[in-house]
Design a binder for this molecule. Structure first.
Ligand SMILES: *Cc1c(COP(=O)(O)O)cnc(C)c1O
Length: 417
């Protein structure tokens, strides 16, 4: 039986959230009410009745549903189908980078990219924000505010528009221009701030206190992780209920890395995947590498990185409230944290586009640069499968003009073309 393409958006399905838990202390918080951070000031994680999920859902059922984010409904927090919002959160493809891989000695199919640039608003922020805003709607929120380096604000603006919510967005004044404009184009009020994302976060806190907006900052509400978790669920299915050997993730606030790690744990509890999990690599830029420094120093929390700078705006995050969750996942997985230079990530963007035809975003380029380094060091071995994340379409970023001009009224030297 084939289901209609919108079946996941309109079909009532059982839900299994039991409670929320502080990611640091484990303290229990009640489900079905509006939460920010935990009592300890740390991110809250959503917990499910996983035996219940296992009884209600099978791999075959998942395979039969339309291929979008909402097919994982039993592992997602939204209770009432009427609160689901959607702009078409399709499964994203896994693309090979065989030519690039070969230049580093990797065999065909060993270097892969999950291309998240195909999602609504052109970035994987759609996964987190479709969930956060559906839940905000379910819990009665009418106005949201958030700091952003660009893509999160764009996704928030789009979904808030669909949900009929006010959105007020604060971004560093050097945020990519396309992001600032698309946020406004999708009906949000957007402010450029002379500071970094955590400076914008302070303004959001003050604004929320003054105006009663709901704070949708990264990990300061519990549901963006649940949306990003679908990357891990989707990957497991795409790899035939196994997983690649290594995952390279460009890490800012770390929502995706934390979300995937949570997804793998839930799939293991369901018995849908085995014991072997990928080594998780948190990739940062040399100009903003708080996780790398903390990982190298064996610390569980990462101090703020001063004077943060990199052309990869999405990973220019000097301090992350979920730092320990990122570092725990990296350590538990026998992974590592790596920093790459802006020159190396820009070169990687160029190479992937010219060799394999895939235009990465700068943050995606950072994962390729890190893979090259890890491969050169022998940390990624022959025969191992590595998965990179391209988190946004390369079309959102300024591209160099490498065209030449022709005067059609003059003779053309065709041998020179
Ligand atoms: C937000 C963002 C990141 C970082 O993602 P986190 O899950 O917040 O660490 C990386 N790349 C791009 C393009 C982004 O927009």
């Amino acid at each position: 039986m084939t289901l209609p393409s919108n079946a996941n958006l309109v079909t009532d399905r059982p839900t299994f959230v039991t409670h929320l838990e502080c990611g640091l202390t484990g303290e229990r918080h009640e489900a079905d009410r509006l939460h920010g951070l935990s009592a300890a000031g740390r991110p809250l994680l959503v917990r499910y009745d996983l035996p219940g999920v296992g009884a209600a859902l099978s791999k075959a059922e998942i395979a039969a549903r339309p291929r979008d984010l909402w097919r994982w409904r039993e592992l997602l927090p939204v209770r009432d189908t009427a609160n689901i919002i959607s702009l078409g959160e399709i499964d994203t493809p896994v693309v090979t980078l065989d030519q690039i891989g070969r230049t580093a000695g990797a065999g065909p199919g060993e270097l892969l990219v999950k291309d998240e640039g195909r999602l609504p608003t052109g970035s994987f922020k759609a996964r987190g924000l479709v969930m956060a805003i559906s839940m905000a709607k379910e819990l009665g929120v009418t106005a949201i505010a958030m700091p952003t380096n660009g893509n999160a604000g764009a996704a928030a603006a789009a979904y808030a528009a669909q949900a009929g919510m006010e959105a007020i967005i604060f971004c560093p004044d050097d945020t990519p221009e396309i992001n600032v404009r698309e946020i406004a184009a999708q009906g949000a009020r957007v402010y450029r701030v002379n500071g970094l994302i955590d400076d914008c976060g302070k303004l959001v806190r003050e604004g929320c206190a003054a105006r009663g907006w709901f704070d949708l900052s990264t990990l300061k509400e519990p549901y963006r992780i649940e949306g990003k978790k679908t990357m891990g669920l989707e990957l497991a299915e795409q790899f035939g209920w196994a997983l690649p050997d290594v995952i390279f993730y460009p890490t800012g606030g770390g929502t995706g890395l934390i979300g995937m790690w949570k997804a793998f744990a839930e799939l293991q509890a369901l018995g849908w995947i085995g014991a072997k999990l990928p080594r998780m690599v948190a990739v940062q830029a040399e100009g903003c590498a708080p996780m790398v420094r903390a990982w190298e120093n064996g610390e569980r929390h990462a101090a703020r990185w001063e004077d943060a700078h990199t052309i990869a705006a999405g990973i220019r995050v000097p301090q992350a409230v979920g730092d320990f969750l990122i570092l725990d996942a990296v350590r538990e997985s026998n992974g590592r944290a790596m920093a790459v230079s802006d020159a190396a990530l820009a070169l990687a963007v160029d190479d992937a586009a010219t060799s394999d035809g895939l235009l990465l975003c700068p943050e995606g380029g950072a994962t390729l640069a890190a893979w090259r380094q890890a491969r050169a060091e022998g940390w990624v071995k022959d025969g191992e499968t590595s998965l990179l994340f391209n988190c946004a379409t390369g079309l959102k970023y300024p591209l160099p003009d490498r065209s030449k001009t022709l005067d059609r009224h003059q003779p053309i030297d065709w041998t020179a073309i």
